[in-house]
Design a protein around this ligand. Structure first.
Ligand code: SF4
Ligand code: SF4
Length: 654
């Protein structure tokens, strides 16, 4: 907050009360302990700011306000009385559909901006301009090149990589051929559906720009047509996610299973604690690498070493590839700072609450922004460039060591809460594990178990925490019910964070959480892979962009079964969605034909036609649909119903 002169008035809203029950804010005991500390010390958190914001504006919540021109803002009366249309005559459904489209476009811009950054990095690496990066997974480079139609025979890796980077960058603008990261990844039947309904994106940035055009004053004023445009833009988002996953694997390695621990208990009082937070592994990979090299410098400053931990999706990226411990996710990011033990929070972009800079000021943490397009007032900015990546990482870690020397000897409070995490399930890793049962046909064991009913269906959990929901409650409630009904659960992003913090990624929880059929499957695969026990109940597939891994697995199953995606017993759930990126992921999941649950109301309640299209009519087009259900028990029942309906359609027992 600032006064009219621009002077910062930080932390003017004090923290909540001490000695109260914090379980309505978070189900995580580590977070509850930090909320108590914050209250004692008068530190404001996201939950305090949420209370101060309530009641939330009903017009905005129901999607009924429009600021798309300077005649407004207009807001439609949600009770059906006047005003029923905006000043220009836009109806409630048009205003709601335009708002949803813009959220999809913003989400697509986030994921594809991340992908574009990776494409530029790959290009610079291939041209020798970014010497700290190289092609780490040559096999994946060649297999993705083959999928994209890039020649590989007899060509050196850097030539293939350069062609791939160029193909990736070409996918952003409108060109004669559609987005190749869509055409090359879909089962043929799905592509035909998209072609028939005009849903094939012409260019990722092109679709985002078109949404901004068609939703501006005086353009598209037909809710159904607006939503079709939104679906096409969401498929641009899928392309961005898929591209980001492919290029990250090529540059940094395709994940394979790793075991570590998570939650705030992974911080170490005597070490230089550095949290990497945000999304893009372009930065965090180098931090992890350079932290090892700078151990001696940290020890010379009196530390036990450098302890790199993760937050949000950049945390998921380094967890999957290096076993780096995630310390927290999403809504509870301030809690890592409130321990007093975090020396530096190094951020790239997306999902970073600006408030971290204010909390850091109270606790002595150095917040370091690194991207010129994502600075935070009050943070220290160290410009990160791929050309001088290692040097920038050294500069960043030196700031962390300096921060440690200022903290040394001061009291910290690190909750003694951590859980075991078994992560790293890329599609390649899943197929590799299944290949130990059937080397010639790795998908066969999965299909056999699906057919027999040992696996009733598959659910992808995705998306964020949202301050409106007691943190993790929706995820753990819905996942518990699905697992006991033998649904194979995959998780990405902060949903994966929620489930790992509650032990759902520890193989020891299989006995308690999984139904008999699923237990048999996880144990058979685990034992075939020499684990001496089962795989964990929930398979961690990665960061938010890695939802593309789940799409790839579903596509492989569909092709193998000879059916389209909308016939598979596969569903998705964003039980505590928060970000616009979660809206775009949900929209492409629906476009792919999946019943898709959202556990926090989308801003569509004010548009009855929009709601009907999302929940029912879109089914006639893509086979997928939204399940808008805030109650996690009912959500689980609806997801199970959808799975059973699909099983019946395939003639499978349910
Ligand atoms: S575009 Fe129409 S509804 Fe929106 S602010 Fe302008 S006049 Fe109002
Ligand atoms: S799941 Fe949501 S909060 Fe978490 S990193 Fe992704 S978009 Fe951000």
């Amino acid at each position: 907050m600032s006064d009219l002169t621009g002077n910062a008035k930080t932390n003017s809203l004090k923290g909540g009360s001490a000695g109260v029950d914090h379980s309505k804010k978070s189900t995580d005991p580590a977070v509850q302990q930090m909320l108590e500390k914050a209250a004692r010390e008068g530190i404001q958190t996201v939950w305090d700011r949420y209370q101060a914001m309530r009641p939330l504006c009903k017009f905005g919540e129901s999607g009924l306000c429009c600021r798309h021109c300077l005649q407004g803002p207009c807001r439609i009366n949600p009770s059906g009385r006047e005003p029923r249309v905006g000043i220009c005559g836009a109806t409630a459904d048009v205003i709601v559909a335009r708002g949803l489209d813009r959220a999809i476009a913003a989400g697509a811009a986030g994921h594809s901006g991340h992908a574009k950054h990776l494409a530029h990095t790959l290009k610079k690496a291939a041209e020798g301009k970014a010497p700290d990066y190289l092609v780490k997974d040559k096999e994946k480079l060649r297999s993705v090149a083959g999928r994209l139609g890039i020649a590989t025979d007899g060509r050196p890796e850097n030539e293939i990589a350069l062609d791939m980077a160029r193909a990736a960058l070409a996918d952003f603008h409108e060109k004669d051929t559609p987005v190749v990261w869509i055409t090359s990844v879909l089962p043929p039947g799905r592509f035909e559906i998209f072609s028939r309904h005009g849903l094939v994106p012409a260019g990722i940035d092109h679709e985002i720009a078109e949404i901004m055009h068609r939703t501006s004053m005086g353009c598209d004023a037909d809710a159904s047509n607006l939503l079709l445009g939104g679906l096409r833009c969401a498929l641009g988002d899928l392309a961005g996610c898929y591209m980001a996953t492919d290029l990250s694997d090529i540059l940094f390695g395709t994940p394979s299973p790793v075991v570590t621990e998570c939650n705030l208990g992974v911080l170490k009082a005597g070490a230089v604690n550095v949290a990497v937070h945000g999304h893009n592994p372009v930065l965090s990979e180098i931090i992890v690498l350079v932290a090892k090299e700078m151990e001696a410098e940290a020890r010379a400053a009196g530390a036990e070493g450098i302890n790199v931990v993760g937050i949000c999706c950049t945390g998921n990226e380094v967890l999957m590839r290096h076993g780096i411990s995630p310390c927290t996710h999403s809504v509870s990011q301030e809690m890592a700072i409130i321990t007093g033990a975090l020396d530096a929070m190094v951020v790239d972009y997306q999902c970073i609450q600006p408030a971290v800079a204010t909390v850091a000021e109270c606790m002595g943490t150095t917040v370091i922004t690194t991207m010129d397009m994502a600075k935070i007032t009050g943070a220290t900015h160290v410009k990160f460039s791929e050309e001088t990546a290692v040097e920038s990482a050294r500069q960043i870690l030196r700031l962390a060591i300096e921060s440690f020397t200022r903290r040394r000897g001061k009291p910290v409070e690190i909750p003694a809460v951590k859980k075991k995490v078994f992560a790293g399930f890329s599609v390649e890793a899943i197929l590799n594990a299944l290949g130990r049962i059937d080397a010639g046909d790795p998908l066969k064991p999965l299909i056999d178990h699906l057919t027999a009913g040992n696996i009733r269906g598959i659910c992808l959990f995705a998306g964020c925490n949202n301050v409106k929901v007691p943190q993790d409650y929706n995820f753990i409630t819905t996942a518990r019910r699905l697992l006991e009904q033998d649904v194979l659960v995959l998780a990405s992003g902060c949903s994966a964070g929620a489930l790992m913090r509650h032990g759902f990624m520890d193989p020891a929880s299989v006995e308690e959480l999984c139904g008999g059929g699923l237990k048999t499957v996880l144990t058979a695969i685990g034992e075939a892979n020499g684990l001496g026990g089962p795989l964990p109940p929930v398979l961690h597939v990665g960061s938010c962009v890695d939802n593309s891994r789940a799409a790839a697995l579903a596509a492989a199953l569909a092709v193998r079964l000879g059916v389209d995606l909308d016939r598979l017993p596969v569903v998705a759930s964003a039980a505590e969605a928060m970000h616009e990126k979660a809206v775009s992921i949900g929209a492409w999941a629906v476009a792919l034909g999946l019943p898709t649950h959202v556990g926090v109301m989308l801003p569509v309640a004010g548009g009855p036609l929009v709601q009907r299209i999302l929940a029912e009519e879109v089914k006639g087009l893509t086979g997928g649909y939204f399940i808008l259900e805030p109650d996690p028990e009912s959500a689980a029942e609806k997801l199970l119903e959808a799975i059973n309906e699909r099983r019946a359609g395939l003639g499978l027992p349910y």
